[in-house]
Design a protein around this ligand. Structure first.
Ligand SMILES: CC(=O)N[C@H]1[C@@H](OP(=O)(O)OP(=O)(O)OC[C@H]2O[C@@H](n3ccc(=O)[nH]c3=O)[C@H](O)[C@@H]2O)O[C@H](CO)[C@@H](O)[C@@H]1O
Ligand SMILES: C=C(OP(=O)(O)O)C(=O)O
Length: 429
């Protein structure tokens, strides 16, 4: 099992190319199930989750080919991948494939809309809470689906196709919004989704579906209206930049000091997170096609954050922000409101000398002047990268175990950091 070894203490200086967003890429790939034509996705990140979803789509009969050079013209990391679901050969998504990743459950929407049936295993994903699927079931039932759960599988049927309807989400769900959006594109008549997720990844999916011929308005607001069409065509779409990767590297620079251009990203994707990072004493400015992050000396200031659905502070940056706050000059409070068990990084950060106490959904972080390297274990994707951020500033050697979590969502992390002067290497046993 691979590990990441970090020797802390170096500032970061240089350029980090930001990859296509994992959390946009996954629903976009799934949207290919909606058409028998080819969906071409540019800027698709090369990640373990993307590969896993390729296996799942392949099982349904999707033909997948890569034409864009990995060493592309506009970015050293971009790929162009073509997805063609000429025929759906299997409407079952089996446990062995789906249990590894939460987003794979989302195939239920397109399969049901196009084929009138789907049998999908209950999902896996980061162990950050119970993560039920009740909203997906409730939402699809509002479009006329008949749904039952048997032996760990969700069985969904709509033999005469889905019918548009109005669904008010009782709670904001990114995944269930993606699924309702995809399912409604092929439903008969109009669907109105209220209290929809407003995340940029939802907007990106809506853009792609629109390019495929769907009729959607309101994506990016709480109310999305979809007028069903009888079929969708192929399209070419560029995956939007990864705002979580952007915020993560911005925090790495805030932690170590230095001057880094985060290339191919946009402030608009993560304004609330950048505001919090700025308040810690970092200069962040737009530059060309990216964002420049600078901190030259001075204390890291303590800042309180509370996670919230977009446009609030993203839960996917909570662990990294806590990593940063471990070195702040003062006390900060970090409150998690999205997932009930997303503090698994606390005990690992403590191994590096962090002082954090937990009370309910709030962590109180008392900054320390020095972190010291130690062996640590990644427990989930964003938790693991918070350990990398802390390790970059710690004295001596930090070894992050269970790197497969990192590989789910961070493309060439060690290479990107090393190019900016960090001492980071992958150890393969
Ligand atoms: C692949 C992907 O894009 N993952 C992201 C997506 O996850 P995901 O789509 O799984 O997250 P949701 O927005 O659905 O979850 C938000 C909250 O709603 C709850 N819920 C959700 C569905 C449901 O049927 N019932 C229910 O109670 C969840 O347990 C959670 O407490 O959005 C999260 C919130 O921004 C991010 O942390 C994840 O990185
Ligand atoms: C929680 C995440 O992913 P998933 O929803 O796939 O578990 C994440 O991307 O931080």
């Amino acid at each position: 099992m691979d590990r990441i070894r970090i020797v802390g203490g170096n500032p970061l200086n240089g350029v980090i190319p930001i990859s296509g967003a994992k959390n946009a890429a996954l629903p976009l790939m799934i949207a290919s199930l909606l058409t028998d034509d080819t969906l071409t996705l540019e800027n698709l990140p090369h990640l373990a989750d993307v590969e896993q979803l390729q296996r799942i789509l392949g099982n349904h009969g999707v033909d997948i080919s890569v034409t864009g050079r990995r060493e592309g013209q506009d970015s050293a990391y971009s790929r162009t991948v073509h997805f063609t679901a000429r025929t759906i050969v299997d409407t079952t998504a089996p446990y062995e494939l789906v249990s590894k990743m939460r987003a794979s459950f989302w195939v239920i929407g397109p399969l049901l809309a196009r084929m009138g049936e789907a049998k999908v295993s209950l999902p896996g994903g980061c162990a950050i809470g119970t993560r039920p699927v009740d909203l997906f079931i409730d939402g699809l039932e509002h479009l006329g689906a008949e749904i039952s759960i048997e032996n760990g599988y969700v069985l969904a049927k709509a033999p005469n196709g889905l019918t548009g309807g109005r669904y008010v989400f009782p709670k904001v769900s990114v995944g269930a919004t993606h699924v309702m959006l995809m399912a409604a594109t092929l439903a008969k008549g109009e669907t109105v989704i209220e209290n929809a997720a407003r995340e940029p990844e939802v907007v990106d999916l809506a853009k792609c579906l629109t390019a495929m011929g769907a009729k959607i308005s309101g994506a990016g607001t709480s109310t999305i209206t979809i007028e069903g069409v009888s079929s969708l065509s192929g399209a070419r779409h560029r995956v939007l930049p990864d705002r979580i990767e952007t915020g993560t590297y911005a925090m790495a620079v805030a932690m170590t000091g230095g001057d880094v251009l985060l290339e191919n990203s946009s402030e608009a994707l993560l304004e609330s997170a950048l505001l919090a990072i700025r308040r810690t004493g970092v200069e962040i400015t737009p530059e060309g096609t990216g964002i420049r992050v600078r901190r030259n000396g001075g204390d890291i200031l303590p800042v309180d954050v509370t996670t919230d659905p977009f446009p609030g502070f993203p839960t996917d940056l909570q662990a990294q922000f806590m990593g940063l706050m471990t070195r702040a000059n003062g006390v900060s409070h970090i409150t998690e409101t999205i997932f009930e068990n997303r503090f698994m990084h606390v005990q690992e950060l403590a191994r590096l000398g962090a002082r954090i106490s937990l009370s309910g959904q709030t962590a109180t972080v008392t900054g320390v002047p020095v972190l010291r390297g130690a062996p640590v274990m990644a427990t989930d994707l964003r938790a693991s990268v918070s350990l990398v951020i802390a390790g970059l500033a710690a004295e001596g050697e930090t070894v992050v175990n269970r790197v497969y979590h990192l590989d789910r969502g961070f493309e060439r992390l060690e290479e990107k950091l090393t190019r900016c002067g960090a001492v980071v290497e992958r150890i393969s046993d």
